[in-house]
Design a protein around this ligand. Structure first.
Ligand SMILES: Nc1ncnc2c1ncn2[C@@H]1O[C@H](COP(=O)(O)OP(=O)(O)O)[C@@H](O)[C@H]1O
Ligand SMILES: N[C@@H](CCOP(=O)(O)O)C(=O)O
Length: 324
């Protein structure tokens, strides 16, 4: 749908002069975004993406853009933010925060095979390691605290069975989050929304992760669980597809070996990852922010996944686990 803040080539010509990218030659709005206004820009030095942030503030944005810059500098495939002559990554455009990043080649792979899952697993591990010592600590804003704040807003809309499911799961997650084992899990900046539509491929070659605007600090194994729950499932039933799960986990493990604690946490994290998106989808469905929003995502998909992850054993993490 959306370009919320229209921009023309004439508008941005003077604005672009502050970036070392040469003259802007063409600009084209991107229809598919739902949060921000996005544009492909062709300049004398290549192709870029301009984002005008519609909801995030100047104060919030450095976490995301500096994180992407750091990842790009460490060889993780992500859009690289471009600094202006003053070294700023976020600059006002039409009174709103805006940024320019490099354009990734390719397209999203919505029907991934094990080979794609392996690429994603390996790059995810590289991303976790590269971001480990990132100096800005922002919590995952869709974590436990948000779950507690949001649960009462959706409960009145749910059937009794789903109210029970929601209450029982948040209780289980609370109990797990209060353990020593949970607190000792490796953690740091995570993408937290690495669904198929947020990764680009050129054939079987991964060209980049993007849409970092749900990123925050959380456990790495939670990030792996979010990714597995979208990439490695039968989309109709929500069942895990073992060939894809193993391809992703083995490739991740080869770069950053899983720990014994993560093996214990794994099933609860698969549940947490399903719960997080069930809850956000319920919230968007019952409390839409804007009448013009796209059709909300189906909460039933993650309700099914959560029920499956609660009742079935999780496929084990690869062996040769590290102590911590
Ligand atoms: N750096 C990039 N390189 C290539 N395409 C991009 C890039 N950033 C965004 N896009 C394209 O723009 C679309 C919308 O971006 P997205 O980040 O999902 O927007 P929003 O946050 O508004 O939902 C993506 O689906 C993708 O096709
Ligand atoms: N992945 C989430 C929705 C988040 O929005 P995005 O399209 O910007 O990734 C979901 O599927 O519920």
């Amino acid at each position: 749908m959306a370009v919320f803040t229209p921009v023309t080539l004439d508008d941005i010509a003077p604005w672009m002069a502050q970036f070392p990218l040469g003259k802007a030659l063409a600009i084209k709005g991107i229809a598919s975004g739902i949060e921000n206004s996005n544009f492909f820009i062709t300049t004398e030095s290549g192709e870029f993406v301009l984002t005008i942030f519609e909801n995030l503030s100047f104060e919030q944005l450095p976490f995301y853009l500096k994180l992407m810059r750091r990842l790009a500098d460490h060889g993780v495939l992500v859009p690289a933010p471009i600094a202006n002559a003053q070294g700023e990554l976020v600059v006002a455009l039409h009174g709103k925060p805006a940024s320019i990043v490099t354009k990734l080649e390719g397209a999203s792979q919505m029907s991934p095979a094990p080979v794609h899952c392996a690429e994603v697993g390996a790059m995810l591990a590289r991303m976790h390691l590269a971001a480990k010592d990132f100096e800005i600590r922002q919590p995952n804003l869709r974590g436990l605290e948000w779950w507690h704040a949001t649960t009462p807003k959706v409960l009145p809309f749910l059937s009794e069975a789903n109210q029970h499911l929601l209450r029982a799961e948040i209780h289980h997650q609370d109990a797990f989050a209060s353990t020593e084992l949970y607190r000792a899990l490796p953690n740091g900046p995570v993408h937290a929304d690495l669904f198929r539509n947020n990764v680009m491929f050129d054939g079987e070659r991964l060209t980049g992760f993007f849409d970092f605007y749900f990123a925050g600090c959380d456990t790495w194994i939670f990030d792996v669980a979010v990714t597995v729950n979208d990439w490695c499932i039968d989309l109709d039933s929500g069942e895990l597809d073992l060939a894809r799960v193993n391809a992703m986990l083995d490739a991740y493990h080869a770069v950053r070996p899983f720990t014994e604690g993560e093996a214990v946490a794994w099933r609860t994290m698969l549940r947490a990852a399903a719960f997080r998106f069930w809850l956000s989808r319920l919230y968007d469905y019952h409390q839409p922010r804007d009448a013009e929003m796209l059709t909300p995502h189906d909460p039933g998909h993650f309700e099914r996944i959560l029920r499956l992850r609660e009742t079935r054993e999780a496929p084990p993490l690869p062996q040769n686990l590290q102590k911590n």
